[in-house]
Ligand binder design. Structure first.
Ligand code: MLZ
Length: 265
């Protein structure tokens, strides 16, 4: 009945431990998502962090929002948690003596911004105050240890949250390495990044969790042994099933398409 990847067997098989929840800047209970698609709010422009812009909720997944800045194109969407400190109800910027800015790459002449702003907000559905949850506190220091498991946003495919391992620790930074993906998606981030979550976060928040990729070693062995299907995937043994919304699935033994191991996909 439980589809897809599950951590329990995977942690045992890999003799690995989950990073303690206290390492993360995440709420102990994931916040509830009270937004609806098409609601408008204020967000900082991720490409120009000093400007406050109007954003629209384009999609939602658990407590995460897919946002698009009004006046921008559909190629620069970004994801934020409902308890992100840089989301505010419409009106917040003005109340704090700021001016709402056009997004970087505003598709019209900048002289048309005031009119555009008025039109985009006219009759719009504005996200009410109760949707915005308090940002969780920042852990006092970097408590991560190499080898610990976590769930992390794939920054190249930011709709996806995937099983990962702490590959290295350096001062306030951690190296997030994605299990089974040969390094192409790995990144360094601060220990208090909002893109990393404790093991079990997806399950408890209602967000889909991707399955790990298949280790290069496992794949090569399967080729050498001329086995085409059902080669040990290294975890529970149940076939991995991607959630219906996934834009991408890791290579599964049954796919038989070795090209998908390409680290740049
Ligand atoms: N483009 C790839 C996405 C891989 C996601 C990996 N996440 C760590 C694919 O289509 O498989």
């Amino acid at each position: 009945e439980k589809q897809g990847f599950s951590w329990d067997q995977y942690l045992k098989d890999n003799e690995a431990k989950a990073a303690p929840t206290t390492c993360f800047k995440q709420a102990s209970t994931p916040p509830s998502n009270e937004f609806s698609k098409s609601m408008k709010l204020e967000a900082n422009d991720p490409r120009n962090n000093t400007s406050s812009c109007i954003a629209t909720v384009i999609d939602m997944q658990g407590p995460r929002l897919r946002l698009r800045l009004d006046g921008s194109d559909d190629k620069n969407d970004f994801w934020r948690l409902v308890d992100s400190g840089d989301l505010h109800p419409v009106g917040y910027c003005e109340q704090h003596k700021g001016l709402l800015q056009p997004p970087l790459g505003f598709r019209m002449n900048s002289s048309s911004w005031p009119g555009f702003l008025q039109r985009t907000l006219n009759g719009a559905q504005l996200a009410p105050e109760h949707c915005f949850k308090k940002e969780p506190p920042t852990p006092l220091r970097n408590n991560f240890q190499v080898g610990q498991k976590l769930e992390a946003v794939d920054r190249k495919n930011p709709a996806l949250i995937c099983p990962a391992t702490i590959g290295a620790v350096n001062d306030d930074q951690i190296h997030v390495t994605f299990d089974g993906w040969r390094g192409a998606f790995d990144y360094w981030c601060r220990y208090d990044s909002r893109d990393i979550f404790p093991v079990g976060w997806c399950e408890s928040s209602g967000h889909p969790l991707q399955s790990p990729g298949v280790k290069a070693k496992t794949l090569k062995m399967s080729r050498d042994n001329e086995l085409s299907v059902n080669v040990g995937s290294g975890y529970s043994g149940s076939p991995s099933v991607s959630p219906p919304n996934s834009q991408a699935s890791p290579l599964t033994p049954s796919s038989g398409d070795l090209s998908r191991m390409s680290p740049h996909e």
